[in-house]
Design a protein around this ligand. Structure first.
Ligand SMILES: [Zn+2]
Length: 308
Protein backbone atom coordinates (compact mmCIF):
# COMPACT_ATOMS: atom_id res chain seq x y z
CA UNK A 1 0.00 0.00 0.00
CA UNK A 2 1.23 3.47 -0.84
CA UNK A 3 1.56 6.13 1.83
CA UNK A 4 1.14 9.81 1.09
CA UNK A 5 4.40 11.65 1.31
CA UNK A 6 5.55 15.24 1.22
CA UNK A 7 8.72 16.37 -0.53
CA UNK A 8 10.07 19.65 0.89
CA UNK A 9 10.68 22.14 -1.93
CA UNK A 10 12.42 24.99 -0.10
CA UNK A 11 14.20 25.58 3.21
CA UNK A 12 11.83 25.64 6.18
CA UNK A 13 13.85 28.37 7.91
CA UNK A 14 15.24 30.70 5.22
CA UNK A 15 13.40 29.73 2.04
CA UNK A 16 16.67 28.80 0.29
CA UNK A 17 17.03 26.12 -2.38
CA UNK A 18 17.53 22.51 -1.36
CA UNK A 19 20.11 20.10 -2.73
CA UNK A 20 20.10 16.35 -2.15
CA UNK A 21 23.11 15.55 0.04
CA UNK A 22 22.44 11.99 1.23
CA UNK A 23 20.23 10.01 -1.18
CA UNK A 24 20.14 6.90 1.01
CA UNK A 25 19.63 7.11 4.78
CA UNK A 26 18.16 3.97 6.32
CA UNK A 27 15.62 4.09 9.15
CA UNK A 28 17.07 1.60 11.64
CA UNK A 29 13.59 0.60 12.78
CA UNK A 30 11.43 0.33 9.64
CA UNK A 31 14.45 -0.32 7.35
CA UNK A 32 12.87 2.15 4.91
CA UNK A 33 15.15 4.51 3.02
CA UNK A 34 14.92 8.30 3.00
CA UNK A 35 17.00 11.15 1.61
CA UNK A 36 18.35 14.29 3.25
CA UNK A 37 18.38 17.54 1.27
CA UNK A 38 20.38 20.48 2.55
CA UNK A 39 19.68 24.20 2.16
CA UNK A 40 22.23 26.00 -0.02
CA UNK A 41 22.10 29.04 2.24
CA UNK A 42 21.80 27.93 5.88
CA UNK A 43 22.61 24.19 5.53
CA UNK A 44 19.45 23.05 7.30
CA UNK A 45 18.95 19.37 6.45
CA UNK A 46 15.47 18.23 5.37
CA UNK A 47 14.38 14.59 5.50
CA UNK A 48 12.77 13.76 2.19
CA UNK A 49 10.11 12.67 1.63
CA UNK A 50 8.24 13.37 4.87
CA UNK A 51 5.79 10.52 5.49
CA UNK A 52 2.23 11.75 5.79
CA UNK A 53 1.60 9.42 8.71
CA UNK A 54 4.53 9.61 11.10
CA UNK A 55 2.86 7.79 13.97
CA UNK A 56 3.72 4.39 12.57
CA UNK A 57 7.44 5.23 12.87
CA UNK A 58 7.16 5.84 16.60
CA UNK A 59 6.96 2.64 18.62
CA UNK A 60 5.11 2.74 21.93
CA UNK A 61 8.47 2.57 23.70
CA UNK A 62 9.62 5.83 22.10
CA UNK A 63 7.65 8.10 24.39
CA UNK A 64 8.11 6.28 27.66
CA UNK A 65 11.65 6.29 28.89
CA UNK A 66 11.05 6.81 32.59
CA UNK A 67 13.25 3.96 33.68
CA UNK A 68 16.07 4.52 31.24
CA UNK A 69 19.14 4.96 33.39
CA UNK A 70 20.11 8.23 31.74
CA UNK A 71 16.71 9.93 31.95
CA UNK A 72 17.03 11.36 35.45
CA UNK A 73 20.62 12.51 34.93
CA UNK A 74 19.63 14.11 31.65
CA UNK A 75 16.77 16.05 33.29
CA UNK A 76 19.04 17.16 36.14
CA UNK A 77 21.57 18.62 33.69
CA UNK A 78 18.83 20.43 31.77
CA UNK A 79 17.56 21.93 35.03
CA UNK A 80 21.07 23.30 35.47
CA UNK A 81 21.10 24.86 32.00
CA UNK A 82 17.85 26.69 32.73
CA UNK A 83 18.78 27.96 36.19
CA UNK A 84 22.20 29.13 34.98
CA UNK A 85 20.35 31.60 32.72
CA UNK A 86 17.12 32.37 34.60
CA UNK A 87 18.01 31.74 38.23
CA UNK A 88 15.90 29.80 40.72
CA UNK A 89 12.24 28.96 40.12
CA UNK A 90 10.29 30.80 42.81
CA UNK A 91 6.98 30.17 41.02
CA UNK A 92 8.25 31.21 37.57
CA UNK A 93 6.34 29.71 34.65
CA UNK A 94 7.78 27.07 32.38
CA UNK A 95 6.52 25.47 29.18
CA UNK A 96 8.27 22.30 27.99
CA UNK A 97 7.46 21.64 24.32
CA UNK A 98 7.58 17.92 23.58
CA UNK A 99 7.76 17.03 27.27
CA UNK A 100 7.85 13.26 26.69
CA UNK A 101 7.25 11.34 29.91
CA UNK A 102 7.55 14.56 31.96
CA UNK A 103 10.78 13.73 33.84
CA UNK A 104 12.19 17.22 33.24
CA UNK A 105 8.92 18.99 34.17
CA UNK A 106 8.69 17.03 37.41
CA UNK A 107 12.27 17.94 38.27
CA UNK A 108 11.58 21.63 37.64
CA UNK A 109 8.42 21.56 39.76
CA UNK A 110 10.44 20.11 42.63
CA UNK A 111 12.76 23.11 42.22
CA UNK A 112 9.88 25.58 42.56
CA UNK A 113 8.90 26.16 38.94
CA UNK A 114 5.29 26.06 37.73
CA UNK A 115 5.42 23.90 34.66
CA UNK A 116 3.17 22.69 31.86
CA UNK A 117 4.05 20.73 28.75
CA UNK A 118 2.98 19.86 25.25
CA UNK A 119 3.26 16.39 23.81
CA UNK A 120 1.68 14.63 20.84
CA UNK A 121 1.32 11.52 22.98
CA UNK A 122 0.40 13.07 26.36
CA UNK A 123 -0.93 10.02 28.22
CA UNK A 124 2.27 9.06 30.05
CA UNK A 125 3.02 12.54 31.40
CA UNK A 126 -0.63 13.08 32.34
CA UNK A 127 -0.59 9.84 34.30
CA UNK A 128 2.26 11.38 36.31
CA UNK A 129 -0.16 14.19 37.25
CA UNK A 130 1.28 16.84 34.92
CA UNK A 131 -0.66 19.38 32.86
CA UNK A 132 0.04 18.49 29.25
CA UNK A 133 -1.49 20.05 26.14
CA UNK A 134 -1.60 18.46 22.72
CA UNK A 135 -0.73 21.65 20.86
CA UNK A 136 1.15 24.91 21.25
CA UNK A 137 -2.13 26.78 20.64
CA UNK A 138 -3.66 25.24 23.76
CA UNK A 139 -0.56 26.06 25.80
CA UNK A 140 -0.71 29.70 24.64
CA UNK A 141 -3.63 30.44 26.98
CA UNK A 142 -1.42 29.70 29.99
CA UNK A 143 1.30 32.12 28.81
CA UNK A 144 3.34 34.25 28.74
CA UNK A 145 6.16 32.11 30.12
CA UNK A 146 9.44 32.90 31.85
CA UNK A 147 11.00 29.88 30.26
CA UNK A 148 10.19 27.70 27.25
CA UNK A 149 12.21 24.58 26.49
CA UNK A 150 12.40 22.32 23.44
CA UNK A 151 14.71 19.43 24.36
CA UNK A 152 15.22 17.44 21.19
CA UNK A 153 11.70 18.04 19.99
CA UNK A 154 12.26 20.66 17.25
CA UNK A 155 13.81 18.19 14.83
CA UNK A 156 10.62 16.08 15.02
CA UNK A 157 8.26 18.88 13.98
CA UNK A 158 6.81 19.47 10.52
CA UNK A 159 7.33 23.24 10.72
CA UNK A 160 10.14 24.08 13.16
CA UNK A 161 10.52 27.69 11.96
CA UNK A 162 6.79 28.40 12.30
CA UNK A 163 6.79 26.77 15.72
CA UNK A 164 9.70 28.85 17.03
CA UNK A 165 8.19 32.08 15.66
CA UNK A 166 4.95 31.28 17.52
CA UNK A 167 6.84 30.14 20.61
CA UNK A 168 8.79 33.41 20.82
CA UNK A 169 5.47 35.27 21.11
CA UNK A 170 4.66 33.27 24.28
CA UNK A 171 7.85 34.40 26.04
CA UNK A 172 7.90 37.17 28.62
CA UNK A 173 10.19 40.06 27.65
CA UNK A 174 12.83 38.91 30.12
CA UNK A 175 12.20 35.20 29.49
CA UNK A 176 14.41 32.70 27.72
CA UNK A 177 13.91 29.95 25.16
CA UNK A 178 16.07 26.81 25.25
CA UNK A 179 16.58 24.74 22.12
CA UNK A 180 18.51 21.45 22.05
CA UNK A 181 19.00 19.59 18.78
CA UNK A 182 21.50 17.10 17.39
CA UNK A 183 24.31 19.09 15.74
CA UNK A 184 24.27 17.98 12.11
CA UNK A 185 27.34 20.10 11.43
CA UNK A 186 29.45 18.68 14.28
CA UNK A 187 32.31 16.19 14.04
CA UNK A 188 30.21 13.07 14.59
CA UNK A 189 27.83 14.04 11.81
CA UNK A 190 30.76 14.67 9.47
CA UNK A 191 32.57 11.44 10.35
CA UNK A 192 29.57 9.13 9.92
CA UNK A 193 27.69 10.94 7.12
CA UNK A 194 24.53 9.06 6.12
CA UNK A 195 25.15 6.50 8.91
CA UNK A 196 25.17 9.01 11.77
CA UNK A 197 23.03 7.67 14.62
CA UNK A 198 21.33 10.99 15.36
CA UNK A 199 19.95 11.41 11.81
CA UNK A 200 17.19 9.04 12.95
CA UNK A 201 15.01 9.43 9.84
CA UNK A 202 12.10 9.84 9.44
CA UNK A 203 11.43 10.68 13.12
CA UNK A 204 13.90 13.54 12.68
CA UNK A 205 12.48 15.63 9.85
CA UNK A 206 15.09 18.39 10.16
CA UNK A 207 18.82 18.44 10.87
CA UNK A 208 20.12 21.68 12.39
CA UNK A 209 23.63 23.10 12.68
CA UNK A 210 25.24 26.44 13.58
CA UNK A 211 24.13 28.36 10.47
CA UNK A 212 20.53 27.13 10.42
CA UNK A 213 20.17 27.74 14.17
CA UNK A 214 21.39 31.33 13.70
CA UNK A 215 18.93 31.83 10.83
CA UNK A 216 16.12 30.36 12.93
CA UNK A 217 16.76 32.70 15.88
CA UNK A 218 16.93 35.71 13.61
CA UNK A 219 13.64 34.80 11.96
CA UNK A 220 11.93 34.59 15.38
CA UNK A 221 13.43 37.88 16.64
CA UNK A 222 15.65 36.12 19.17
CA UNK A 223 19.29 36.47 20.12
CA UNK A 224 21.57 33.74 21.42
CA UNK A 225 22.39 34.32 25.10
CA UNK A 226 24.33 31.15 25.91
CA UNK A 227 25.45 27.98 24.19
CA UNK A 228 26.48 24.48 25.21
CA UNK A 229 27.86 21.81 22.91
CA UNK A 230 27.26 18.58 24.69
CA UNK A 231 24.76 16.31 26.28
CA UNK A 232 27.26 13.79 27.43
CA UNK A 233 25.48 10.47 27.06
CA UNK A 234 23.82 11.49 23.78
CA UNK A 235 27.20 12.48 22.44
CA UNK A 236 28.85 9.29 23.57
CA UNK A 237 26.00 7.14 22.27
CA UNK A 238 26.29 8.99 18.97
CA UNK A 239 29.89 7.87 18.54
CA UNK A 240 29.23 4.39 19.90
CA UNK A 241 26.13 3.45 18.04
CA UNK A 242 27.17 5.04 14.76
CA UNK A 243 30.29 2.87 14.89
CA UNK A 244 28.39 -0.27 15.88
CA UNK A 245 25.85 0.32 13.12
CA UNK A 246 28.68 0.09 10.62
CA UNK A 247 29.40 -3.52 11.55
CA UNK A 248 26.28 -5.07 13.09
CA UNK A 249 23.09 -6.20 11.30
CA UNK A 250 20.60 -4.81 13.84
CA UNK A 251 21.08 -1.04 14.08
CA UNK A 252 20.76 0.70 17.44
CA UNK A 253 20.35 -2.51 19.42
CA UNK A 254 22.92 -1.39 22.00
CA UNK A 255 21.28 2.01 22.51
CA UNK A 256 17.76 0.63 22.79
CA UNK A 257 18.87 -2.03 25.21
CA UNK A 258 20.81 0.35 27.47
CA UNK A 259 17.95 2.83 27.59
CA UNK A 260 15.40 0.12 28.33
CA UNK A 261 13.50 0.51 25.05
CA UNK A 262 14.59 -2.62 23.42
CA UNK A 263 14.32 -6.15 22.78
CA UNK A 264 15.15 -8.63 20.11
CA UNK A 265 18.36 -9.01 18.21
CA UNK A 266 19.38 -12.23 19.95
CA UNK A 267 21.69 -12.66 22.89
CA UNK A 268 24.79 -13.30 20.78
CA UNK A 269 24.44 -10.01 18.96
CA UNK A 270 23.63 -8.23 22.20
CA UNK A 271 26.75 -9.63 23.85
CA UNK A 272 28.77 -8.54 20.84
CA UNK A 273 27.19 -5.08 21.05
CA UNK A 274 28.22 -4.74 24.68
CA UNK A 275 31.74 -5.99 24.00
CA UNK A 276 32.22 -3.73 20.99
CA UNK A 277 30.34 -0.91 22.70
CA UNK A 278 32.71 -0.95 25.64
CA UNK A 279 35.73 -0.94 23.34
CA UNK A 280 34.44 1.83 21.09
CA UNK A 281 33.21 3.71 24.16
CA UNK A 282 36.68 3.75 25.67
CA UNK A 283 38.06 5.02 22.38
CA UNK A 284 35.31 7.61 21.89
CA UNK A 285 35.35 8.97 25.45
CA UNK A 286 38.18 11.49 24.92
CA UNK A 287 36.56 12.83 21.74
CA UNK A 288 33.49 14.05 23.63
CA UNK A 289 35.20 16.84 25.61
CA UNK A 290 37.43 17.69 22.64
CA UNK A 291 34.48 18.09 20.29
CA UNK A 292 32.66 20.09 22.94
CA UNK A 293 35.59 22.44 23.38
CA UNK A 294 35.70 23.08 19.64
CA UNK A 295 31.91 23.66 19.46
CA UNK A 296 31.71 20.54 17.29
CA UNK A 297 29.68 18.34 19.64
CA UNK A 298 26.95 15.87 18.78
CA UNK A 299 24.40 18.15 20.43
CA UNK A 300 23.78 21.87 20.09
CA UNK A 301 22.00 23.63 22.96
CA UNK A 302 21.04 27.29 22.73
CA UNK A 303 19.53 29.70 25.25
CA UNK A 304 17.93 32.64 23.44
CA UNK A 305 16.44 35.95 24.57
CA UNK A 306 13.96 38.28 22.91
CA UNK A 307 15.32 41.13 20.81
CA UNK A 308 18.27 41.57 18.49
ZN1 LIG B 1 17.98 27.64 4.78
Amino acid sequence: MAFKRMVPSQCNVCGGRLQLKYPKVVDPQSKETFGISVCERCELGHTTPQPDDLSRYYGQAYHGNRHGFTARYCAWRREGFVESVLGKGGGKKLLDIGCGDGTFLEGMQKKGWTGVGTEMNPAIAREAGLTVFESLKDAADEGPYDCITTWHSLEHMRDPAGTIVETAKLLKDDGALFIAVPNAQGWQAKVFGARWFHLDVPRHLFHFGDASMAALLQKAGLTQAKRWDQEFELDLFGWLQSALNSVLPDPNLFFYHLTGRASGGGSAQLALSYALGSAVGAAALPTVPAATLMQQGGTLIIAARKGR
